[in-house]
Design a protein around this ligand. Structure first.
Ligand code: FAD
Length: 519
């Protein structure tokens, strides 16, 4: 049985028992990657229930260092999460709602820890939003069942997607495995079911009669959050820079969305593939990943901003990208094996990879000798973000040109990205390694030189990230080793290409063909 179906069954089977449970002191919401007050399904349901039972609402966030390790969560993402929690705590305090942040050292004890916490604060009704990774689905299903035995009603809501996973089915009743038909089904469903029509308001203020400050004094008085990932935190200088680059919290998310819609969305289709244009895309992925912005809020705002009856290409194109996010969450829910280091198309297991640690390190450090690849890897190391076109170029380069296992790249991305999201990252890597949902077979191999000329035509992106090449003009910026004399090239202090693309391409085609032939 799929872990997703098991959780759905657990919720269904316990529904009647859970409905009978009444909190005696408070109703609680457990925040995970949904760090916002507005349009938060679980939080809204918890607040509504609290109001109808005449009880206060209290909130909880628990992190586990082991969870972060298991998902290779980057220090930048953890830092963003902590900064967001501070915004959230301040906003909740204005509503007389406490937010308690806690660390669980042994993640196997998460359930019992939550049950104890609820017991301590007189909570018999706990709400959260669903996470679709296997471990998280299993943990939630267990807590739903365990909770019932311990008089705790734990309800998990669909929230992160515009259209909840597993709902859209092909004519044969199967979940979709290719994006285009998924989108063709997603878009009309969205309108038909008014998925973004009624967004949930933030919770109201706790009634003063509950005297929450006194009753939950300990929860309000938490002076500082525990700091996860001891020893792996960002250097202060880096943390300060990232704070400026990626301000946290839902207010920032909404104002970034507003700015994007007002200034740039209408040109999105022309600018989205250009890494040399810093504002060609929204830069909102960090907010979607942390849950400081809901996908529904984004789609709704985009539709409202489009004044004409039908969406223009920019607005439509951007909503289509948001649909990619839904698609990959649904791939995850329907295919739990992708959470277990397995290829989505399992026949790709038999590709034999190279094990060349030096090549991997040179890829990581941005020293492959391919300027577009190196610029992108240096952007990732510095800004903890990389443009989508470049993510595809560097991923293809790792799996095809270097023939290194895509899982190494997947993990490295997660360990760096501030917007790291398992579903999108895994799917992005599987797409580029041809083991995923790409409708094209393994012959799709990006040529880093032509990609560079096409998407960074003036070499501005490369110049920004590779100071060694900053003085180069014309086509030499894309291919210095191929276009300069050996003496000119040597002067640059830039590495020679670690592989020759044409030969590497042939090797990859052969290796994939042989791997697939073994099935
Ligand atoms: P915009 O162009 O403004 O798009 C708006 C939103 O649509 C994004 O914020 C994102 O939520 C969604 N979106 C856009 N493109 C994609 C896509 N291809 N797949 C899924 N969602 C998409 N995205 C992540 O959020 N986290 C990741 O860890 C991640 N890893 C990736 C790894 C690889 C190898 C590849 C090829 C792609 C990955 N992506 C990931 C998808 C994409 O690169 C980023 O979502 C995008 O670059 C974010 O920038 P933006 O917010 O300016 O995007």
């Amino acid at each position: 049985q799929l872990p997703y179906d098991d959780l759905t069954s657990a919720l269904h089977d316990t529904a009647a028992q859970r409905a009978e449970m009444k909190s005696n002191k408070a109703v609680a919401h457990w925040f995970r990657w949904d760090l916002r007050l507005a349009d938060n399904t679980g939080l809204y349901r918890a607040a509504e229930s609290a109001k109808s039972h005449g009880l206060p609402l209290i909130c909880l966030y628990i992190f586990s260092h082991q969870d972060f390790e298991a998902h290779c969560t980057s220090p930048a993402r953890i830092d963003f999460c902590l900064r967001t929690l501070q915004v959230l705590k301040d906003d909740l305090a204005k509503l007389d709602i406490p937010l308690w942040v806690e660390e669980v050292t042994d993640r196997k004890r998460m359930q019992s820890h939550i049950i104890d916490w609820c017991d301590k604060w007189g909570v018999n009704e706990l709400h959260a939003n669903m996470l679709y990774e296997v471990d998280e689905l299993r943990r939630d299903a267990k807590l739903v069942r365990e909770g019932v035995k311990k008089d705790l009603s734990f309800t998990v809501h669909h929230d992160t997607c515009v259209v909840e996973p597993m709902v859209l089915r092909s004519g044969a009743g199967k979940t979709y495995s290719v994006f285009t038909p998924f989108f063709k089904s997603w878009e009309p469903y969205l309108y038909r079911n008014k998925c973004v029509q009624d967004l949930f308001p933030p919770p109201g203020k706790n009634d003063p009669k509950y005297n929450t400050e006194e009753t939950f004094k300990e929860l309000f008085s938490q002076a500082a959050f525990p700091t996860p990932n001891a020893g792996k935190q960002l250097e202060q200088k880096v943390a300060q820079r990232l704070k400026k680059l990626w301000p946290a919290g839902e207010h920032e998310a909404r104002s970034r969305l507003r700015r994007f819609l007002e200034e740039r969305v209408s040109k999105y289709v022309d600018t989205r593939n250009r890494p040399d244009n810093d504002s060609g895309t929204s830069g909102l992925s960090v907010h979607f990943a942390a849950g400081t912005l809901s996908a529904r809020q984004a789609v709704r705002a985009c539709m409202d901003h489009n004044k004409a009856k039908t969406l223009d290409s920019g607005h439509h194109g951007w909503i289509r990208e948001i649909c990619f996010r839904d698609f990959y969450k649904q791939i995850l829910a329907a295919n739990p094996h992708v959470c277990m280091n397995k290829a989505y198309h399992e026949e790709y297991h038999n590709v034999t990879w190279e094990y060349n640690e030096e090549h991997f390190q040179r890829w990581v450090e941005g020293k492959t000798g391919y300027p577009i690849v190196d610029a992108a890897m240096r952007q990732l190391a510095t800004n903890k973000y990389m443009h989508n076109r470049c993510r595809m170029i560097v991923a293809s380069f790792l799996c095809k040109d270097l023939l290194l296992d895509w899982r190494k790249g997947e993990n490295y991305f997660m360990s760096q990205l501030i917007d790291g999201d398992f579903a999108s990252n895994n799917a992005g890597w599987q797409f580029c390694s041809s083991s995923g949902t790409d409708a094209q077979p393994y012959f799709r191999i990006f040529n880093p030189l032509t990609q560079s000329e096409k998407f960074d035509p003036d070499g501005e992106y490369i110049r920004r990230w590779i100071p060694e090449l900053s003085k180069l003009e014309g086509k030499a910026i894309h291919d210095p080793a191929g276009r300069l004399s050996p003496a000119e090239f040597k002067k640059l202090g830039y590495p020679e290409p670690i592989v020759e693309h044409k030969a590497a391409r042939e090797r990859a085609l052969e290796r994939y063909k042989t791997g697939l032939g073994k099935n």
